[in-house]
Design a protein. Structure first.
Ligand code: CDP
Ligand code: CDP
Length: 205
């Protein structure tokens, strides 16, 4: 079984930032699984049903430039609650998690559903307020005119929907290590995760 790092957690906790840095440091492939749900949600704006959208997803759909908006996040979380949508996306993610060179995936159900046998399972979190401030800064930088309060409400609504759904809910795997990055800089969070990955790699040889 190739090496797999599974990173889950609520919205804007810093999962992707840490995942990308660790993948690059250890030369592992990286998949942002949230993008699959964001692209599926965005395709429904064009009139496709969520299931048809998920089943017809292409690389071009993942490269759309409107996927990082608050609305795309909400659309993602709505389609992500539909079991048939999740089923349409599962094989691609499971195959990616088992790439021969090893992989890092981040999302909501990586340690619980996509790669339950991952050597490293992390649940990265931060307080609601910290996460809202971080995402707000990103959205403002990308030109979206939105207040911190609106971002906070958007994140909370999404986290609640993601945690309450029956299909692959957002929940730490029993054997996941929980890392609260509320008081950490990006460098500090990356360093801690890199140490965990390095130890896990050393333990398997
Ligand atoms: O992937 P996820 O939605 O969990 O979060 P992200 O997109 O990686 O991070 C959200 C924002 O928080 C980014 O702008 C990061 O630069 C910033 N941030 C962070 O990720 N970690 C910290 N310790 C501090 C800030
Ligand atoms: O970056 P952020 O954490 O805000 O969101 P994301 O990771 O891009 O995910 C967007 C939405 O997709 C989430 O709110 C979930 O509803 C859904 N998602 C999921 O259900 N399962 C995953 N493995 C990844 C994302």
């Amino acid at each position: 079984m190739p090496f797999c790092v599974a990173i889950d957690g609520p919205a804007a906790a810093g999962k992707g930032t840490v995942a990308r840095a660790v993948a690059s440091e250890f030369d592992l492939a990286y998949l942002d699984t949230g993008l699959l749900y964001r692209a599926t949600g965005a395709k429904t704006y064009e009139g496709l049903s969520p299931i048809d959208a998920a089943q017809s997803l292409t690389a071009d759909d993942l490269a759309r430039d409107d996927l990082r908006s608050g609305d795309a996040g909400q659309a993602a979380s709505r389609v992500a609650a539909i079991p048939e949508v999740r089923a349409a996306l599962v094989d691609f993610q499971r195959a990616f998690a088992r790439r021969s060179g090893g992989a890092v995936l981040d999302g909501r159900d990586i340690g619980t559903v996509i790669c339950p046998e991952a050597e490293v399972k992390l649940y990265i979190t931060a307080t609601d307020e910290v996460r809202a401030r971080r995402r707000h800064a990103e959205l403002i930088a990308s030109g979206e005119d939105v207040s911190v309060e609106e971002v906070l409400e958007n994140l909370r609504e999404r986290d609640e929907r993601d945690s309450a759904r029956a299909a692959a809910p957002l929940i730490p795997a029993d054997d996941a290590m929980v890392i609260d990055t509320s008081d950490m800089t990006i460098d500090e969070a990356v360093k801690i995760v890199a140490q965990i990955v390095s130890q896990a790699m050393a333990a398997r040889v």
